[in-house]
Design a binder for this molecule. Structure first.
Ligand code: C5P
Length: 240
């Protein structure tokens, strides 16, 4: 069973990841490796995390012509991670070729593949005025999620606020992975649409992605426990 809390390892080096993970005292986690870290440390880092027993979301948000994405996914599948993603804006053919590539490159079952709809840093104004996409963010998110589901993707990355509508349109088994999570006491940073872990759970998120709340915490393990408690995972102090 995968942990519902995905820790975004947004660090620039393997050493910083090691130091951060040391605070978790060998606990097996679900971690996310994004562009910043993967572009610096590559497959070696993934092997290190796998050796430590962590589940991995490789968040590279592929977006290119279908043939390139197909071949890239065939290669990434060899890393044997649990979850990968593409931008739904790349279109249905690209998404279809992505999962074909994953299936071809996987030794076991293929990693789950989800689509990024609209980034949680986007706003309706930005989408309307800069990207020239009319209508609301929600309408765009639903259209992109339906395209992803129609070609066989396993779910989407979205804001927790979009989960109830996605459940209605795409059903219960379509995964929702939701960043933009903050504890009440945090800054929002560049995220425009944020929610707390408890609210994300109420809205029906399957997984929450937590970055800076943990990576900038003075005591990451204590903050992780706080998030677990809010999510509803009972935590008993060892020895109690
Ligand atoms: O620090 P913070 O909790 O905002 O980090 C969120 C993480 O989730 C980052 O690694 C970011 O790249 C990722 N993400 C996101 N919005 C998406 C997809 C991924 O914020 N739509």
């Amino acid at each position: 069973m995968l942990q519902p809390i995905i820790i975004a390892l947004d660090f620039e080096s393997k050493e910083k990841v090691r130091t951060f993970l040391d605070s978790f005292q060998n606990e097996q986690l679900f971690v996310k490796v994004g562009m910043e870290l993967f572009y610096q440390e590559g497959p070696d880092l993934i092997r290190m995390l796998k050796d430590q027993g962590h589940a991995i979301f490789l968040d590279l948000k592929l977006h290119d012509i279908p043939n390139t994405v197909h071949k890239a996914m065939r290669g990434l599948a060899k890393l044997d991670v649990d979850l990968v993603n593409v931008h739904a804006m790349g279109g249905s053919e690209m998404m279809k070729r992505a999962i074909e590539g994953l299936a071809e490159g996987s030794r076991n079952s293929r990693p789950k593949c989800i689509a990024v709809t609209q980034l949680t840093s986007s706003s309706t104004t930005m989408m309307n005025e800069e990207l020239n996409i009319s209508g609301s963010i929600e309408k765009s998110v639903i259209g992109l999620a339906e395209n992803a589901q129609n070609v066989g993707l396993d779910g989407v990355v979205c804001s927790p606020l979009e989960v109830p509508l996605l459940r209605e349109k795409c059903g219960k088994s379509f995964l929702t992975v939701t960043p933009g999570i903050r504890l009440q006491s945090d800054q929002n940073d560049d995220q425009k649409r944020v929610t707390t872990p408890a609210h994300a759970r109420e809205l029906g998120s399957d997984f929450i992605v937590v970055g800076r709340t943990l990576t900038t915490s003075a005591d990451p393990l204590q903050t992780y426990r706080k998030i677990e408690n809010e999510w509803g995972i009972p935590y008993e102090t060892p020895g109690s």
